[in-house]
Design a protein around this ligand. Structure first.
Ligand SMILES: Nc1nc2c(ncn2[C@@H]2O[C@H](COP(=O)(O)OP(=O)(O)O)[C@@H](O)[C@H]2O)c(=O)[nH]1
Ligand SMILES: [Mg+2]
Length: 343
């Protein structure tokens, strides 16, 4: 069993790349399992990945690098015993570093996970701002990588891509650097082929030391809601096109120092929708059955996660509550607990 570890700040594109790689590996008959570590009690990525028919384990109680490394080791043991896949892909939380996760892996009692390839994703549209305010985290994510992947080359300016390449060369001159557009299979193909080889080869990277705790002013907020369509029915995509931008803008107005990742995943009788905001500049990115109408009385099970810096959980909760009012009377939160909410 080989381990591919994906690090990178919140919203840098880890889940998107893992989905593409999982498809690539399975098309070649290579068995894989995925471990997703998301901070906050409700895992959205796990749901998205599992919908792709993948074998997914979620760890949401904290960060596997700084708080709950033991959960990662236990999960790996369980996967090894149950499935013995050829490849395990780990999506580290956005605030984890490869060195921190590698430290946690030293507690793994067996042999199999000594070969770990660390892949760090870099979002060039936010890199400069992030390096400024979160220097140790962002620098050690890049420095600890065996492969550096610069994503979102479609949204970034040429100057931003250039500066991301410079940062990678400065912080980690030995690592190969890839520039990709994750939504374009052709742009991803060489990287996927390389990761497939890494998944089968001994990468033998050095073990670093963990940086200090880095989550100081990030209070992750997540919530599972039932939203009921009013008398006129509802636009299923409204949670993505209206709710998420409203939450992002209000967080900004309330003094958030950095938007990490605001994301949602909704299921309703006619389909599902998902949306992401990683910066106000690039706006909301959404997908799924956005055009579907919900009939009056139908309900949507919505998972929402707000990972922003510099606001308290209670402030974020109030912002979400108010933003939900912008949907009224189209979609109204139902007070009763949802029966399909993740445990
Ligand atoms: N335009 C563009 N969007 C991307 C790219 N890669 C990822 N995204 C989007 O960035 C957002 C965050 O991606 P995700 O994979 O969830 O990031 P994670 O938090 O690192 O797992 C989503 O809206 C993705 O669709 C890319 O190469 N180009
Ligand atoms: Mg993710």
């Amino acid at each position: 069993m080989r381990l591919l570890l994906f690090s990178g700040f919140l919203g840098s594109g880890k889940t998107t790349l893992i989905l593409a790689l999982a498809g690539h590996l399975s098309a070649r008959g290579i068995t894989s399992c995925i471990i997703v570590n998301e901070i906050g009690e409700i895992g959205i990525d796990g749901r998205v990945l599992a919908e792709g028919g993948l074998q997914v384990y979620e760890i949401t109680a904290g960060c596997i690098c700084c708080q709950i490394g033991v959960d990662l080791v236990r999960t790996l043991e369980e996967i090894a015993a149950r499935y013995h896949p050829e490849v395990v892909m780990v999506e580290a939380s956005g605030i984890a570093t490869p060195a921190g996760v590698r430290d946690a892996l030293t507690y793994y009692p067996g042999e199999p996970f000594e070969e770990t390839t660390a892949v760090t994703l870099v979002d060039p549209t936010r890199l400069e701002a992030l390096i400024e305010v979160m220097t140790p985290l962002i620098e050690s994510q890049i420095a600890g990588a065996d492969q550096v992947v610069i994503t979102k080359t479609d949204q970034a300016t040429p100057g931003e891509v250039e500066r991301a390449l410079e940062a990678a060369a400065r912080l980690n001159p030995a690592a190969p650097v890839w520039t990709v557009l994750a939504t374009d299979g052709e742009s991803l193909a060489p990287l996927l082929a390389r990761l497939e080889r890494e998944a089968g080869a001994d990468a033998g990277a050095a073990v670093g030391s963990s940086p200090p705790a880095l989550a100081a002013d990030l209070e992750p907020y997540s919530v599972a809601l039932s939203l009921v369509a009013g008398e006129g029915g509802a636009d299923a995509g409204a949670v993505c096109t209206r709710l998420l931008p409203a939450v992002g803008e209000e967080c900004d107005r309330a003094g958030a120092t950095m938007i990490g990742h605001i994301k949602c995943h909704g299921r309703f009788p006619g389909g599902r929708v998902h949306g992401h905001v990683t910066s106000l500049r690039t706006g909301v990115d959404c997908g799924g059955d956005l055009e579907r109408r919900m009939e009056p009385g139908e309900s949507m099970a919505l998972d929402l996660a707000v990972l922003v810096y510099g606001l308290s959980r209670s402030a974020i909760e109030a912002i979400v509550r108010e933003a939900l009012e912008t949907l009224a009377p189209e979609l109204t939160p139902q007070p009763a607990a949802r029966d399909d909410a993740p445990a």
